[in-house]
Ligand binder design. Structure first.
Ligand SMILES: Cc1cc2nc3c(=O)[nH]c(=O)nc-3n(C[C@H](O)[C@H](O)[C@H](O)COP(=O)(O)O)c2cc1C
Length: 189
């Protein structure tokens, strides 16, 4: 296994549509989720939770998505509905990360939301560290009230993302990365 700095310095996403089997097995999934829960968390509030979509449940959730699309647009094309049914089947495993901030006298909501973002990033890094490729997506289902209801989300819950995990089908060029001197300054007083 590559060292953590190697994983971090090579980290990149692989589009969900380019992910194929194998995905993580049960033991690897436990490691990925454990890494996701091992994030900085002011107040030890665990203001996030995870929803696992794997095997047939990816398709059953896709049917939920297709029904929501059809409800909003009865004229939706068959192709669009089929794409929704297959949306979560693009990768062997999809993890929904829910940001669940609570009212707290000392820990602002912003910090709790950041902790959920850290959980997403830990899940990406853990997946890469185990040799898998991954992509963090939101897309329309992350912002839709009917989807939130279907997932039994509470009033203050938000979907931080859906992380698609699998094996990269093929390699392709990395994107240009930010120049450090454009985003970094050294405080000199
Ligand atoms: C919160 C969040 C949501 C994202 N949602 C999308 C999305 O819906 N669609 C998309 O193409 N990329 C989305 N991305 C970007 C990809 O995850 C990825 O970062 C991007 O493709 C660039 O690849 P890289 O991670 O190798 O830099 C999102 C990133 C974040 C942090």
């Amino acid at each position: 296994m590559a060292g953590i700095i190697d994983v971090l310095l090579a980290r990149r996403s692989v589009p969900a549509a380019m992910l194929e089997e194998p995905g993580p097995d049960a033991a690897q999934l436990q490691k990925i989720l454990t890494a996701g829960a091992r994030v900085p968390d002011h107040g030890k509030l665990a203001p996030w939770r995870f929803i696992v979509f794997q095997g047939d449940t990816r398709i059953s959730f896709g049917k939920v998505l297709a029904d929501i699309v059809l409800k909003k647009n009865p004229d939706a094309a068959d192709k669009q509905l089929e794409d929704e049914r297959q949306r979560f089947a693009r990768a062997p495993l999809v993890l929904g990360i829910i940001s669940s901030p609570v009212e707290h006298p000392k820990v602002p909501e912003w910090e709790q939301v950041l902790s959920a973002g850290a959980a997403c990033q830990n899940i990406l890094i853990a997946s890469n560290g185990l040799g898998f490729a991954a992509q963090w997506l939101t897309q329309w289902p992350a912002f839709d009230k009917d989807v939130a209801d279907a997932l039994n989300l509470g009033e203050s819950d938000k979907i931080a993302g859906f992380i698609y995990i699998g094996t990269a089908r093929n390699s392709f060029e990395d994107r240009r990365r930010p120049e450090l001197d454009e985003i970094t300054e050294y405080w000199t007083g």
